[in-house]
Design a protein around this ligand. Structure first.
Ligand SMILES: [Zn+2]
Length: 400
């Protein structure tokens, strides 16, 4: 039997919203994103409040590569990650470059990485470079991601990455992405935030930059799904092919899927961009809060929380549940080992837990079925076989 998932997919889109699985862990993480916590961090990164990394109070006047605040900020962020219970590391490059990194290992697929990131160096080149919007806004959101995700477990590894020397030509991220490619690293997604706090015209518009490289378009789709499924409802504009002016482009250059989350820089740019007045007082805190929630929620969805997801269980009546080939391009073969007809159904969900297709293996004497997955966007999915109280799940990859 061959079932066209495409037809079923159209059907599934008419499901009421309640059937678009909301994972409680993701909702909790989104709800925990706190603007006061982010503003507290911003005050320190922009020199409004001194920091103490063990040498008394010091002020981060500028995070520009050639200013002492750059290294001080790197130390401060490591100290903050440590306070949150993580073990940060520094990836040194060039003569003085330092990417600050934290890896939160995945419990199921530690080799698969979801990277949420921003750049901590700032402009202009003079003595004063607070860089609140560019890109303190992204840095504080990465720190808030680390805080809100600390008590949750995920199937995949989450990397909290703060790049150095973005303003020198994406140097830090290029170093990381090139090394990752050289090591054959499996990067599921890169979510870069750069300038996510300015909304001068108050229209709330934001942008996601993507392009057909790796699974970049699917990552954008996941963000759109999180935006609606978790009630954020931000007005999002899509740039495709997106611009290459931030660190996500370093990953595109290596063929990895990546997106850039950014304010509406095309039509409503921050007038204080790269000036000594790029300060939090000119940002829109509610707007900044929303873009941070979206990116952090999407990161959590792609990392897949381990709580609240279907767990494979044994069953006497359905001794077998195999899917092949995996990865699949067009047709997924499923073997049950016996006729699973009845109320049984096969449900396919995407990385955000959304139901993208359902099929009913009615009357298959040989205990097999085929599902056409050619219309699914490339990416990771879970096929779950439901029969009575039994749920058996297998993960599969759909290749482009
Ligand atoms: Zn920037």
């Amino acid at each position: 039997m061959k079932i066209s998932l495409f037809a079923l997919l159209v059907f599934s889109l008419s499901f009421p919203p309640a059937l678009q699985a909301q994972l409680p862990a993701i909702q909790q993480i989104i709800d925990a994103v706190n603007i006061d916590s982010m503003a507290w961090q911003m005050d320190r990164l922009t020199g409004q409040v001194p920091v103490n990394v063990g040498m008394g109070n010091q002020v981060i006047v500028s995070r520009h590569k050639f200013q002492p605040g750059n290294a001080l900020a790197a130390q401060w962020m490591q100290q903050e990650f440590t306070r949150l219970g993580y073990t940060p590391s520094v990836q040194a490059f060039g003569t003085r470059g330092e990417n600050v990194l934290v890896e939160k290992p995945g419990l199921v697929h530690p080799e698969r990485k979801v990277i949420i990131c921003a750049h901590y160096d700032s402009m202009p080149t003079g003595l004063t470079g607070p860089g609140a919007d560019d890109d303190g806004s992204g840095v504080c959101a990465v720190m808030e991601a680390a805080r809100t995700m600390a008590d949750h477990d995920f199937e995949n590894t989450v990397v909290f990455a703060l790049w150095d020397e973005e303003e020198q030509g994406l140097v830090g991220s290029a170093y990381y992405a090139s090394a990752a490619f050289g090591n054959d690293a499996e990067i599921l997604a890169v979510l870069q935030m750069d300038a996510i706090g300015y909304d001068g015209d108050g229209d709330g518009l934001m942008r996601i930059h993507t392009r057909p490289v790796g699974n970049s378009v699917a990552i954008k789709d996941s963000a759109l799904m999180v935006n609606t499924t978790y009630g954020l409802d931000l007005p999002i504009l899509i740039n495709n092919p997106g611009a290459t002016y931030s660190d996500h482009a370093s990953f595109w250059n290596q063929g990895y899927g990546a997106i850039l989350v950014i304010e509406d820089f095309d039509n409503d740019p921050n007038p204080y961009y790269h000036t000594p007045n790029d300060r939090m007082e000119f940002m829109d805190l509610a707007y900044w809060h929303g873009l941070s929630k979206l990116t952090i929620g999407t990161t959590a969805a792609m990392a897949i929380p381990t709580m609240g997801t279907a767990v494979a269980s044994a069953s006497a009546s359905i001794p077998v549940f195999e899917i092949y080939p995996n990865p699949a391009r067009n047709v997924l073969h499923i073997r049950f080992g016996s006729d699973p007809a009845g109320s049984a159904s096969l449900v396919i969900t995407d990385a955000t837990g959304r139901n993208v297709g359902q099929a009913w293996p009615v009357g298959s004497p040989d205990g097999t079925m085929q599902v056409d997955v050619s219309e699914l966007s490339p990416g990771a999915y879970v096929a779950s076989f439901h029969a009575g109280s039994t749920i058996m799940s297998k993960r599969f990859l759909r290749l482009p």
